[in-house]
Write a protein that binds this ligand. Structure first.
Ligand code: ATR
Length: 275
């Protein structure tokens, strides 16, 4: 055990995670003593890992696939937003031995949008959300909290979108996947939360002809940074915000809690993570 705080990210697989670069950059930038490492944890080892890490000097961890939902079972305290989303990505091991679980994905999403599109106004019109997986849950909660008047939601597997509507309320309107493009007629905020367009995945093929030029368009996919979805939107005159910033911003609350300094997300942060 060392006398400086340790943090890290757990998941499986974990080698692709950009979080060590992100937190490593901030530790260096602010000259703080501390470490941040990626730790591969299989599902059966989750509880034992959560019990062992504080004893090894860990003050907290980020949590990624496949542990984001299961980790809630081992938390002593769960923040309201993590409860609502039903998953956690940021764990703090408190001095008194308790485990606090939080979810900063929605915070990261909104902060990225506000930084990339400072004129963005949630209340201006409906939001169109493509996809109803884990990322969509956090984004829908965040958009609703930000004040969007209505969320148009479309998912290839329609029942998953219906389930989110049942859970999160009447402000959600489900649109069939074959008609997903119609959401764009009125949407002033447009979000791809599916894996479509990611390098190695299938392309995003929804018809975007109806996209309004005054819409702010963002993608959670960040490999590549400029997805076809964002390129199509930019060609329509839309302000676009790439998905890397969501990852960077979601790391802010954890870093502040663990290392005592609120970090800034700027061009140097992006460069460090992309290097
Ligand atoms: P995440 O936690 O990143 O959201 P996920 O829960 O696996 O990951 O969700 C992936 C999303 O991408 C889902 O909305 C999924 O649609 P389904 O619910 O129908 O699976 C969507 N997705 C993945 N591949 C797709 C494809 N080929 N066509 C349409 N949607 C796809």
């Amino acid at each position: 055990m060392t006398d400086f705080p340790h943090a890290g990210v757990i998941g499986n697989p974990i080698s692709h995670s950009l979080s060590p670069k992100l937190h490593g950059h901030w530790l260096k930038q602010y000259g703080l003593p501390g470490s941040y490492t990626a730790i591969q944890v299989v599902e059966d080892a989750l509880e034992a890992t959560l019990r062992a890490l504080p004893e090894q000097g860990f003050v907290g961890i980020n949590v990624t696939i496949p542990h984001k939902v299961n980790v809630l079972r081992f938390a002593d305290q769960v923040t309201d937003r993590a409860t609502l989303i039903g998953a956690a990505n940021t764990i703090t091991f408190k001095q008194d031995g308790t485990i606090l679980a939080d979810n900063t994905d929605g915070y990261g999403f909104i902060s990225n949008l506000r930084q990339g599109a400072p004129h963005w106004d949630a209340k201006l019109g409906p939001a169109a959300v493509f996809g109803a997986g884990g990322a969509a849950r956090a984004i829908i909660v965040a958009l609703a909290n930000a004040g969007v008047p209505e969320i148009l939601l479309s998912n290839r597997t329609r029942p998953k979108a219906e389930a989110l509507k049942a859970e999160f309320g009447t402000r959600i309107h489900v649109v069939d996947w074959v008609q997903a493009g119609t959401m764009l007629e009125t949407a002033t905020t447009v979000v791809n939360t599916t894996s479509l367009g990611m390098a190695g995945a299938q392309p995003f093929r929804v018809d975007m002809d109806n996209l309004r030029p005054d819409a702010v368009v963002t993608d959670i996919v960040y490999t590549p940074l400029q997805t076809e979805f964002l390129k199509t939107a930019a060609a329509k005159g839309c302000v676009t915000v790439d998905g890397l910033g969501m990852l960077l911003h979601q790391g802010v609350p954890g870093f502040e809690r663990w290392f005592g300094q609120r970090p800034v997300v700027d061009d140097a942060t992006r460069a460090a993570v992309l290097a």
